[in-house]
Design a protein around this ligand. Structure first.
Ligand code: UD1
Length: 337
């Protein structure tokens, strides 16, 4: 079987995707400079799958290093996760975000082109829909109007890859727009391990549950939603990972550019998540209400029709399973990796 290169394969979504690709029988090569992840994630991928996945601690913006990988391996498809991902940080240091997130895609596609590898699955985000108000978000909804540099880098990378395909129709590009990935592998061996105080809801909740943080701040209680708190489309990270396996299969058989949402299609409010977590784990989550967080939208959830049609994929796991698996990971790894 040919090889799939996963950039950023030691990260949260990347590591789960590597496990799913290996489970599906693909050979996987990982490139990750470990700037926001740990080598331990690679060891755990190996221990879950029993597979000797090849790992390169390379910076994906560096063409010379990428050349070595493409020379040594017969890569047929690339799943490109490597990049910076913290919204707030991107506002503070935009140049770092534009440099890393755009240059990695440019270097990667230049090297791919030299080696005649023209299949790429890109890790995009529902954030490209910006302030678009109409839910569910369908892939034909307008994009742009982003509220921070991180979001713009996703949007610009979609643009770059679309233009690469325009210049050479042999390219097969799949842009996966994630909603809110949460949870962990059921073994509890890999999961989300944010540095410092988490920005996202689920890791915050699990760190309160484990006693690392005191209380959950709830950003906004006056949204026009069922209980006043924000509504999001939470998707189990293993469902998301399996969506990538389907995307790789499509990518290698197909040509063109396809933007596809990966979400569950259901919206849950912050309070609903809190209660589901308490029920699934038996842990109480102390919380308090505070003003809305800048840049947040009231409601976001996916139209899942295109993923069902084009990828023959649908999210299977419910909110309870997301809570149980997130908690299992946190309990087994209270300090992360
Ligand atoms: C955020 C990013 C998004 C990114 C995604 C990656 C913003 C504005 N958006 O999405 O671009 O692709 O993460 O996973 O940062 N909440 C609380 N208390 C908390 C944390 C969150 O109430 O401590 C609320 C938020 O206000 C929101 C919901 O929980 O209503 C989900 O927040 P979060 O997990 O940060 O995800 P998004 O903001 O949807």
């Amino acid at each position: 079987m040919f090889e799939v290169l996963v950039t950023g394969g030691a990260g949260y979504i990347g590591s789960h995707t590597c496990v799913s690709l290996l489970d599906a029988g693909f050979s996987v090569v990982i490139a990750d400079d470990l700037s926001n992840s740990k080598f331990e994630a690679i060891s755990r991928i190996r221990s879950i799958t029993g597979n000797k996945v090849t790992f390169y601690p390379y910076d994906v913006t560096d063409e010379i290093e990428l050349e070595k990988i493409f020379t040594r391996h017969s890569i047929r498809c690339v799943v490109h996760f490597a990049g910076k991902k913290a919204v707030g940080e991107s506002v503070e240091m935009p140049l770092e975000y534009y440099r890393t997130n755009l240059l990695s895609t440019i270097s990667l596609t230049r090297v791919m082109k030299r080696h005649n590898v023209k299949n790429i699955v890109f890790s995009s985000s529902a954030t490209v829909y910006g302030n678009s108000k109409k839910v569910p978000y369908s892939e034909t909804a307008p994009t742009g109007n982003c509220t921070n540099p991180y979001a713009w880098t996703k949007w610009m990378n979609e643009r770059i890859l679309t233009d690469v395909h325009r210049s050479d129709p042999d390219w097969s590009v799949i842009l996966l727009r994630y909603f809110n990935p949460v949870g962990a592998h059921p073994s509890g061996q890999i999961g989300e391990d944010p540095l410092g105080i988490p920005n996202n809801l689920f890791p915050y909740v699990t760190q309160v549950a484990v006693g690392k943080l005191d209380r959950l701040p709830i950003f906004g209680s006056d949204y026009p939603t069922k209980d006043g708190t924000g509504v999001r489309d939470f998707i189990h990270v293993m469902d998301l990972a399996e969506g990538h396996v389907s995307a790789v299969r499509k990518c290698i058989q197909d040509y063109g550019v396809h933007a596809i949402n990966l979400g569950s299609g259901k919206g849950y409010s912050v309070l609903e998540v809190l209660h589901a977590f308490e029920e699934a784990t038996g842990k109480e989550i102390p919380h308090y209400f505070c003003p809305r967080r800048e840049g947040d939208v009231a409601v976001s959830y996916a139209s899942t029709k295109k993923a069902a049609q084009e990828l023959r994929w649908r999210a299977q796991r419910d909110l309870r399973e997301m809570c149980q698996d997130a908690w299992n990971w946190q309990k087994l790894n209270p300090l992360g990796y």
